[in-house]
Design a protein around this ligand. Structure first.
Ligand SMILES: [Zn+2]
Length: 155
């Protein structure tokens, strides 16, 4: 489903590239992993599941910056090899329609609301959260692991 009402924001390429440099430099908090099962390692840059046999980097990312009550740094994956940043900001990523929780935040990074999208249309859930006047952006996360998957902003 295409929507003109919000934009999907994949991880910036500069952050993916920095993670690739850090793992090559042996950073202790960056781990190189070969994926061994499908739908286990979502790449935040191309917004696809990494396939078994592909290599990913696991590293901590501050989805909500420090200095706020809801500050949150958590583990995310990106492909270890170059991948194309997600190019369809008007389309909800097909690989992540299930098993996600959507959290709405205000402009001070405080949580406004949160809803699980399992079994429902994520576009409908996201648009309902943007109908709240305080919602500045929405983060999509794994409902089981809690990890940040991608951000959504108003169009
Ligand atoms: Zn990727």
């Amino acid at each position: 489903m295409k929507t003109s009402r919000f934009h999907v924001i994949p991880l910036p390429s500069a952050i993916a590239d920095a993670a690739r440099r850090a793992v090559n430099a042996g950073a202790a908090d960056h781990e190189l992993i070969t994926v061994d099962s499908p739908e286990s390692s979502p790449c935040r840059h191309c917004l696809r599941w990494a396939q078994p046999g592909e290599r990913v980097i696991l590293f901590p990312y501050a989805a909500i910056p420090s200095g706020h009550p809801y500050s949150e740094t958590g583990p995310i994956f990106v492909h270890a090899d170059n991948c194309q940043r997600y190019t369809a900001p008007n389309e909800y990523p097909a690989d992540f329609r299930n098993g996600r929780v959507v959290r709405a935040y205000d402009s001070n990074y405080n949580i406004v609301d949160a809803q699980v999208v399992d079994g429902s249309e994520p576009e409908v859930v996201i648009e309902s959260l943007f109908e709240k006047p305080d919602t500045a952006f929405v983060d999509v996360r794994s409902v089981t692991h809690g990890c940040f998957t991608f951000r959504v902003q108003r169009a």
